[in-house]
Design a protein around this ligand. Sequence first.
Ligand code: SPQ
Length: 429
Amino acid sequence: MNSSKLKTNIHGLKGGVAVPGDKSISHRSIMFGAIAEGQTRVTNFLLGEDCLSTIACFRKLGVSIEQEGDHVTVSGTGMEGLKEPKDILDVGNSGTTIRLLMGILAGRPFHSVLIGDESIGNRPMTRVTRPLRLFGAQINGRKNAEYTPLAVKGEQLSSITYELPVASAQVKSSLLFAGLQAKGETQIIEPIKTRDHTERMIRQFGGEIEIDGHSIRIQGGQTLKGTEVHVPGDISSAAFFLVAGAIVPESEIHLKNVGLNPTRTGIIDVMQRMGADISIDPYENESEEPAGDITIRSSSLKGTVIEGDLIPRLIDEIPVIALLATQAEGETIIKDAEELKVKETNRIDTVVNELYKLGADIAATEDGMIIRGKSSLTGGKVSSHGDHRIGMMLAVAAAISSGDVHLTHKEAISVSYPSFFEHFESLQK
Ligand code: SPQ
C-alpha cells in the first residue's frame, strides 16, 4: 500500500490561511439554487470531491450548473423543473449529498437510483428513509432501505410531524426539503439543536420557516427565488489549524474569513475552556452566515469534559480535538458522541486506534473516548482509513511527533480540503 512520509518535529507555524468554503453551505447552495427559480451565484464554493458530487448529481437531474474556479452559477429549474435522471446518481463519499438529495427526490414524480462509495454503503439511511416514507415517498434498498443502493420513486407528499430520534442536521434538512413539497405544514422537532444552514438558506432564498426552540415548521408549496450565496470558510477545515497553532510550539496562525455560525463554533468554546490563546474578530456584515478572522497562538492546555448539547456543535471536530487533548494536562472525557460511529469511518475506533499507534494515552468508551495528557507522540505507521478528517488530524499529529510518521490513504483529504497540505506547508516557512 502507498504511504506518505509526513513532516514531523515542526516548530513555529507562522502566517495566514484562508481555508476553503464551508462544505455544508456549499452543498446546500447547489441544492437550493437548483430548486429555486432563476439564477443563483455562489462565491467561494468548496471544490472538494463531496461538493463536486452534489454538482454532478444535479446536472443529471437536468440543472445547468457552470463552474469557474470557486464561482458557481446555478440556473434554477424550480422544484417542478427537475428531470428524471437517465443514469444512476453517484454521491461518492458524501453523506450530506445522499441524505439531503433524498428529501428532494421524495416529492418528485419520477424514479431515481442512488449509490455511493464503500463508506456510503455502510452508513445508515433508515434515519431518512423511514420519515420520508411517512411523507408518502416510495423508497427501496438493501435491508429495508437502510443501505445503498437506494431507489426513490417520488410521490405527492403529505405533511408530517416528526420528532428526530437522533440529533442530525442531515435528517432535519432532508425532511425540510420534503416538507417544502408536502401538502400542509410539516413540523420537525430536534432533540438537540444542530447546524442550521438549511433553515438560514430557506430564508435567504425567499422562503418562510418558523423556528421556536427545537421546533421547526414549514409550509409546503413555497416557491424559492435564486440569489447570491457567499460561502464563508469552513470552520471544520480551520479546526486543523486551530489545533496545530495551539500545540505546535511557538506558533501564531491567522485564519481569515472563517464561518462563525454559533451552531458550528463548539470547538472555539472548548479550546478556550482548555486554555487556548484564541482571539476572534467577527465581521460586521448583513450576511445570513456570520464569519470573521481568528488568531491562534500556542499555549499550555488543560483537560476538560465534552458532552451533551455541545456535541452537535463540534461533531466533525472531535478527531482533531482528541489530538489536542493528548497535549493537555490531565484527563479529557468525550461522551454522548455515539454518532461518531456512523461517519465516514467509525470515528471513535479510527481516532483511538491511530492516535494510540503514535503514542497517545487514549481509550475508547461506548459513546466517546478518554484521553490522558500530556503525552509525547513518538511516530508510527497510520492510516486515514479513507476518512478525510482522520487524514488531516494525523498530519497535524505528525507535526508534533518526534519519530517518523507514515500515512496511507492520504488522498481521502480531497473530499473536503484538496489544498490542505499546500496551506499547511505555507505556515512552515
Ligand atoms: O457529508 P458527510 O459525509 O456526512 O460529512 C461529515 C464530515 O465529517 O464532513 C460527517 F461525516 O459532516 C456532516 C456532519 O457530521 C455534514 C452535515 C451537514 O452538512 O448537514 C451534518 C453532520 O452530519 P449529521 O449526520 O450529524 O447530520
